[in-house]
Design a protein around this ligand. Structure first.
Ligand code: COA
Length: 156
């Protein structure tokens, strides 16, 4: 569970990826406070209780620190940022049936752009699972000595 570093001052233009996602009928937007229960239920059903905790923190902030992908009023994926620790990206997840359609990458870039807007020069992907996804999508590199990082003593 290593952390990865992303150079926010060097992000590629994501407009084309957003257009491609929009063309499939998917909306990318910030979640709204009154949708907290829906996003939390999605995180619980598809992922974990720990991610529910982080989603709830993300949606308690203004502006909300969580982007979602929706189609036909259903949530397909989410991405939080600046929640686990300052400057961290995550957690993020796309429903299994909606993977491989560019949603994960689009949610990642929405969040990275938001972190850049907040004034960060670098983002940290905390406790990475799919390293190749982040390396390929945004040029993320592993941070030496970051395993287990902040995840060494986790309550159940
Ligand atoms: C990781 C995750 C969010 C990716 O979502 P997704 O919508 O399937 O990703 P995308 O369709 O946007 O993929 C973008 C690119 O990354 C690649 N990619 C996707 N998942 C990958 C993985 N696990 N490993 C390597 N490459 C991956 C895709 O092939 C695609 O490549 P392309 O641009 O050359 O076509 C999704 O697989 C997921 O929810 N996984 C479980 C939860 C998880 O691990 N979250 C991350 C915790 S750090």
């Amino acid at each position: 569970m290593t952390d990865m570093l992303v150079r926010l001052y060097d992000l590629p233009d994501a407009a084309g990826w957003y257009r491609a996602v929009a063309a499939t009928g998917v909306t990318l937007r910030r979640a709204r406070a009154f949708e907290t229960h829906t996003v939390a239920a999605f995180a619980r059903e598809h992922f974990s209780a720990k991610w529910v905790s982080e989603v709830e923190v993300a949606l308690s902030r203004q502006p909300v620190a969580c982007f979602i992908a929706t189609r036909d009023r259903l949530i397909l994926g989410f991405a939080c940022f600046d929640v686990t620790q300052r400057g961290f990206f995550g957690p993020t997840g796309v429903a299994e049936g909606a993977r491989g359609q560019g949603l994960g990458k689009a949610l990642l870039f929405k969040s990275l752009e938001a972190l850049r807007e907040l004034g960060y020069a670098y983002a940290i992907i905390g406790g990475v699972g799919p390293k190749e996804f982040y390396a390929q999508a945004c040029g993320a590199t592993e941070i030496p000595g970051s395993d287990p990082g902040i995840y060494g003593d986790i309550l159940p």
